[in-house]
Design a protein around this ligand. Sequence first.
Ligand code: C2E
Ligand code: CA
Ligand code: CA
Length: 659
Amino acid sequence: MDEEPNKKTLHRYYDLIAGGVCLIRQTAEEQILFVNEEMLRIYQCATEDEFFQLTKGRFAGLMEAEDYIPLEARTNSRHGDLDEGYSFLTFRCYTKTGNYRHIEGTFHKVNSPTFGKIWMLNLVNKERSMADSDLDPVTGLLNMHAFYQRVQKKTNALRKTAEPDALEMRYCPVYLNLTNFKVYNELHGIYEGDRMLRKIGQLLKSAFPASYITRLSGDNFALFVPRDGLEVKLKEVCQAVNNEVRMPNITMKAGIGIIEAAASAHRRPITTYFDQAKLACDSIKKDATRSVAFYNESMRQSITDRIFILDNLDRAICKGHIQVYYQPVVRAMTGKFCGCEALARWIDPAKGLLPPDSFIPVLEESRLISRLDCHVIEEVAKLLRYQMDNHFPMVPVSVNLSRYDFLLMDPLAFVERIVEQYHIPRYYLRIEVTESALVKNRHLLIEKLHQFHQSGYQVWLDDFGSAYSSLNVLQNYEFDELKIDQGLLRYFNEDSRKIIRSIVLMAKEMGIHVLAEGTETREHIDFLRAIGCEKIQGYYYSRPMPYELLREQFQEAGWQVETLPEEQALDAAGLINLITDAPVAIFQYREDRAVILSENEAYQNALTTTGTSSLQEFNANMQQQSYPMREKFMAFLAAAVHSSGERRMTFVENGSTCA
Ligand code: C2E
Ligand code: CA
Ligand code: CA
């Protein structure tokens, strides 16, 4: 069918209509077939070509990605059905010239003689009706521009009053942010989201009558309010908002800026103080115990540091100021060095050592983290190559990947390229991703981690038990190893021990290896060994340090390094559960000797029934005597270890395990 001449006819009709008209094909692609002139005006496009370029000719292209829900789904949604066949629609978009707009209107199904089955959209630009007013179309509060104008005027007036410090003493800028509000929109839809924002506007108005209040954008509000009793009032209003939203991970946070009294500060625009209030607000974003914070000087320092990091990252990488430190991992059963973790350190000639906590979040927020992670991976590869060339003992090295790496680049392709370039067996590189990384972009990560696994890399789950601890995480991914978060050892009490014990038990049931991080004391080590945690990393053994230093220390202390066949054997043995009432012990034949590697409490108790007075005595006997014959050894154990009914022994021999 020739659509062009028909379009002319359509223009003749639809260009007369005051609102925007958009016709969309009723297929999964939701292709835009026709728009009238008002649509071009709403999107500030000079020509139809511009419009189709901007929207890619698709319904989804009309709006912000997060507002997109297919039309078919909208008709079935909770707020979709109005009158028969007509549904309500609201979304946000950017126009061709970069203006941000709220669009609303209706849509319905039409059987068009020109196009067949289509959707017809009638849209208006919400701001248009309010264009001349100073109000925010969603909440009816002042819009940002009007707010700042009025606050600046008020500030100037207060500064002119005879009373010194009138402004500083009496008024404060406040910035409010509803954390994770996106989730609310995703769950309830934009329409409900806007309703909630209006409700919040009302709560703010009744808490601060006759004050300047604005919605700056999205879920951010600002106030210019009397200082008296402010903190208490803000806490109350945050609580009221939380009660209204009723979703535990969506919380209102407020930051209070402090206007300086010094005359030198008088020329500063008022917005500076709102920026400070925002910093204060951001500082408690992740602190569940606080809803209100005052701005202080250290927050300003954090901005300066942030700028330094962003300005100097590339230079620091080029000049070698970003180094990789290595922290050893020790096999609990043998005490041998069995791996290490690569950790980034920024050593600036002027500022000294910057810990990763100071620059990694900044690099993540600004989406520059992949530059750092690629650098670390390449440095690790260089080290492995150096070790191979010099026939130094080697252990696998794990590197940390940020979830942003998966959004910004293809980490697997990068790792593969590096592995090829430096001729390194894949076995020596392991990938760590944190538990929290899996909360967002779950599907992408499942796919990408699966690809890593398929390509022959071990994938480890870092910081397990830190925040989101959900067993589902383990079901959907193929993790080779869990790293128990160091927070659990930090508060080393009966509760945390219970959690660690159950993590170890669960991991073994699922056939996943376990490593405990942040082990600092002998007590930690003894506990972890007793419950069968396989690997241990922490200050007790060593802090992260440059490779050369680590090697020196190792040589001095005479540490032994685990070999590849040992790893395979001990990995298999490590999956055996020691957290059981049945007596279990793991032995290893070393040359002609059997050496006990691990035993549980039941085994120790059972032992006392053999007439041996202590485990030490038994083990000493075991190690003194020679048992070249496996049968003889088993017979010895069978005679030695009795328990009421159940008996179980496990051997690790030449890379194989038997129980
Ligand atoms: P992480 O991956 O959980 O790394 C373990 C952190 O625990 C390291 O901190 C390590 O120094 C510290 N640690 C190890 N043993 C102990 C102990 O016994 N006690 C205590 N108190 N701490 C211990 P670090 O090096 O400061 O790194 C902090 C975090 O920064 C890392 O946590 C990781 O999430 C991130 N990070 C470090 N390097 C990189 C990197 O190259 N790329 C990415 N994406 N993240 C990195
Ligand atoms: Ca890690
Ligand atoms: Ca960790």
